[in-house]
Ligand binder design. Structure first.
Ligand code: NAD
Length: 474
């Protein structure tokens, strides 16, 4: 593939800058493309255009629905090319990249059918009260590198439908596919309604401190989420924070190993373990652990890890060098503490950021691989004797994104799942998302929710219209 170079789209125009940043392919650690970097003056241009476009854009819900459908069609028409670029910069297999682009399309189509809520209330004195949702103005959106495009759908579709304008910044590790999708979005809305800017972490900090946005919609790490929240305090900007997780999956003693092993494996290793709400700690009943582990190890060993552009690849590399070093560091620390890699446990002997899918047993709960978010293909497996003990240990974390319970008895599993302290708990599943279902974290995993009418509401403020009591004749 030739070097990819996609311009930013600011105020409806393609923008290139002399200040350049190289984007690497994590499967080779070689450059795959480059971007122009947005400076403060260009950011001002994007924000001012978003502010001036707001008044008109916020007026016509039906026109906005039409734009969302046109955006979905436009992305779908370019699905394969966008997926190629996503694979090249992010590392994920082409098939998975195609799925991710298709999810963006699904999100735009779903939000095109939604309507901001409006309710009528009658006050004690008979006054007629209308409670409506009104758009906020400019939304600044900041995304990470694991699902760069999916999260454009999660943020832009509801924000635009609700009547806001948006300036969006992708991660500096994966900007190219977002710039492509951003161009499509911008082409189907009036100039300034949607701009996509690119640059390093500094650009994100400028966005959060900029006076124009009324809201910051952020997905990324807990550490950056805290910085975003601090910056938002000036100006009382609204925030939605989707942060990290350390999800537990608890397998009950009646679970059929053959029925659960595939979903457990992919719940932990899909996207090479780089999923905020993936399985990060697996709890198995002590006397049934061997049967499940045997199957997970067999699956890990027949799963093909490699360059996402190769059709046989099922797992790509870790997306970037700092994350690769963090994952290797956590794994090696776990082995020094007496943890045993029962499969994997080593880097792949090839260029790029590859670490074999690894399952580690024999760790205490306070080992960093267990207690911290690893965000990579190294899964710690812990055993328990009593379900109460598993629940207590699963909840012994400041994270609270999601969790799952696995059993042949759905009611029994649901009763255990409800005891997990997390925003989403599931039975016999860990990784299903929908534009109609809210998703958000408890504790340090986040603030607010995305998706469904609940997520849509977060892109608005309530306005109360009070009309006097209706006279009998009016
Ligand atoms: P990160 O926090 O390092 O970066 C996320 C984004 O924030 C990037 O675009 C980055 O440039 C920007 N940024 C960095 N410093 C900033 C600052 N001071 N102000 C504003 N923006 C700034 O996260 P990452 O390493 O890209 O992503 C991995 C993390 O994201 C993991 O912790 C993962 O769990 C989390 N994540 C959460 C969800 C969710 O929905 N809860 C989804 C995906 C990823």
């Amino acid at each position: 593939m030739p070097r990819i170079d996609v311009p930013m789209t600011i105020a409806g125009e393609d923008v290139e800058t002399a200040d350049r940043m190289v984007v690497l392919n994590p499967a080779t650690a070689e450059p795959v493309g480059e971007i122009g970097v947005c400076d403060q003056a260009l950011l001002d241009t994007a924000m001012e255009a978003a502010q001036s476009a707001f008044a008109h854009w916020s007026l016509d819900l039906e026109a906005r629905r039409g734009s969302l459908v046109a955006i979905a069609d436009g992305i779908e028409a370019n699905l394969a090319q966008i997926a190629d670029v996503l694979t090249a910069e992010q590392g994920k297999p082409k098939r998975v990249a195609m799925f991710e682009v298709a999810e963006v399309v699904r999100w735009f189509r779903a939000f095109a059918t939604m309507t901001p809520t409006e309710e009528r209330v009658t006050a004690e004195d008979g006054a007629r009260i209308f409670v409506s949702r009104r758009p906020l103005g400019v939304v600044a959106a900041i995304t990470p590198w694991n699902f760069p495009l999916l999260l454009v759908g999660w943020k832009a579709a509801p924000a635009l439908l609700a009547g806001n304008t948006m300036v969006l910044k992708p991660s500096p590790f994966t900007p190219l596919s977002t710039l492509m999708v951003g161009r499509v979005i911008a082409a189907h809305v009036p100039p300034g309604v949607f701009s996509v800017v690119a640059g390093g972490d500094q650009l994100g900090a400028w966005m959060t401190k900029h006076p124009a946005p009324r809201k910051i919609s952020f997905t990324g790490s807990v550490r950056t989420g805290s910085a975003v929240m601090r910056a938002a305090a000036d100006g009382i900007k609204r925030v939605t924070l989707e942060l990290g997780g350390n999800d537990a999956a608890i397998v009950l003693d009646d679970a059929d190993p053959d029925m659960v092993e595939s979903a457990l494996f992919w719940g932990a290793f899909a996207n090479t373990g780089q999923i905020c709400a993936g399985i990060k700690r697996l709890f198995l009943p002590e006397h049934r652990a061997d049967a499940i582990l045997e199957r997970l190890v067999a699956r890990a060993e027949r799963t093909v890890m490699g360059d996402g552009a190769e059709p046989s690849t099922q797992l790509g590399p870790i997306q970037n060098r700092p994350q690769f070093e963090r994952v290797v560091g956590l794994a090696e620390d776990a082995y020094r503490r007496g943890g045993t890699p029962i499969t994997g446990g080593h880097r792949l002997d090839r260029p790029g950021y590859f670490y074999a899918p690894t399952i580690v047993t024999g760790l205490d709960d306070d080992a960093p691989l267990v207690a911290e978010e690893q965000f990579g293909p190294v899964l710690p497996v812990l055993t328990y004797r009593k379900v109460d003990d598993a629940v207590r240990r699963a909840n012994a974390t400041s994270y609270g994104l999601s969790g799952s319970v696995w059993s042949s008895d759905v009611s029994r599993a649901a009763a255990v799942a409800e005891r997990l302290q997390a925003g989403t708990v599931r039975v016999n599943d860990h990784l299903t998302f929908s534009p109609h279902v809210p998703f958000g974290g408890w504790g340090v995993s986040g603030l607010g929710v995305e998706n469904g009418p609940w997520g849509l509401d977060e892109f608005s403020d309530i306005q109360v219209l009070r009309l006097p009591r209706q006279a009998a004749s009016t």
